[in-house]
Design a protein around this ligand. Structure first.
Ligand code: NDP
Length: 234
């Protein structure tokens, strides 16, 4: 059955791969984008997730055009890496504001209709860094670890309403975000990844789609690593 899916940050990178995976399975897929031309084949809604009013408007448009969101993938995220010594308060708060509070905004708004429907699937995109930490990424790691506590609290709160809330924690994925790393940084990372390569965005998308599927109906509050073994044991 075709469901109404929303993927935040679905205009590129991992989000786009997730959006494509749902569309290929026959779902109706809305994506958010902030600027430029969004990719074709989706209901593209302009929305900055740091702005509650834009989130509200995006949901209204999606509800009107493809129905209430039944599957939400909170994927949009940013990095602003800096050693603590040089990390400004703005570096810290802007990352938390986007990655964690942004997820809160879109989840809260989706939850309304999911509660009414007594079903729903929520998947949050965290990171292996949220579990392992990362030098120069205190802001990012805090935001991504925060998503785990957020998801697990909601899994408890919403489970009796047939709403599952899970987290996917990717390792290093070949996208714009990691293309910004230096060769030296890439070499250090590769030495720690048992599978000795980056993930393709489609490999993250497959796990997200599974968590939103009927087969995953009994999985909630889980953190699924898709990290080539980098975070094993966490
Ligand atoms: P990209 O930098 O390629 O894409 C980020 C996406 O998030 C873009 O679509 C961007 O939109 C969107 N976005 C950022 N800020 C906002 C905002 N305020 N409002 C709405 N949309 C926003 O990143 P990836 O595809 O690599 O990452 C996607 C997710 O996966 C992120 O949460 C990231 O932290 C996580 N992740 C990535 C890993 C990797 O190795 N790449 C590893 C682990 C986790 P726009 O195009 O408008 O900028």
């Amino acid at each position: 059955m075709s469901r109404s899916v929303l993927v935040t940050g679905g205009n590129r990178g991992i989000g786009l791969a997730i959006a494509r995976a749902f569309a290929e399975a026959g779902d109706k897929v809305a994506i958010t984008y902030r600027s430029g031309e969004p990719p074709e084949g989706f209901l593209a809604v302009k929305c900055d997730i740091t702005d509650s009013e834009q989130v509200e408007q995006a949901y209204k448009e999606i509800e009107e055009k493809q129905g209430a969101v039944e599957v939400l993938v909170a994927n949009a995220g940013i990095t602003r890496d800096q050693l603590l010594m040089r990390m400004s308060e703005e570096d810290f708060t802007s990352v938390v504001e986007t990655n964690l509070t942004g997820a809160f905004r879109v989840v809260k708004r989706a939850n309304r209709a999911m509660l009414r429907a007594r079903k729903g699937r929520i998947v949050l995109i965290s990171s292996v860094v949220g579990l392992l930490g990362g030098a120069g990424q205190a802001n990012y790691a805090a935001s991504k670890a925060g998503l785990v506590g957020f998801a697990r609290s909601l899994a408890r709160e919403l489970g009796s309403r047939n709403i599952t809330v899970n987290v996917v924690a990717p390792g290093f994925v070949d996208t714009d975000m990691t293309r910004a790393l230096t060769d030296a940084q890439r070499d250090v990372i590769m030495k720690q990844v048992p599978l000795a390569r980056y993930a393709q965005p489609e490999e993250i998308a497959a796990s997200v789609r599974f968590l939103a599927s009927e087969e995953a109906a009994y999985i909630t509050g889980a953190v699924i690593p898709v990290d080539g073994g980098l975070g094993m044991g966490h």
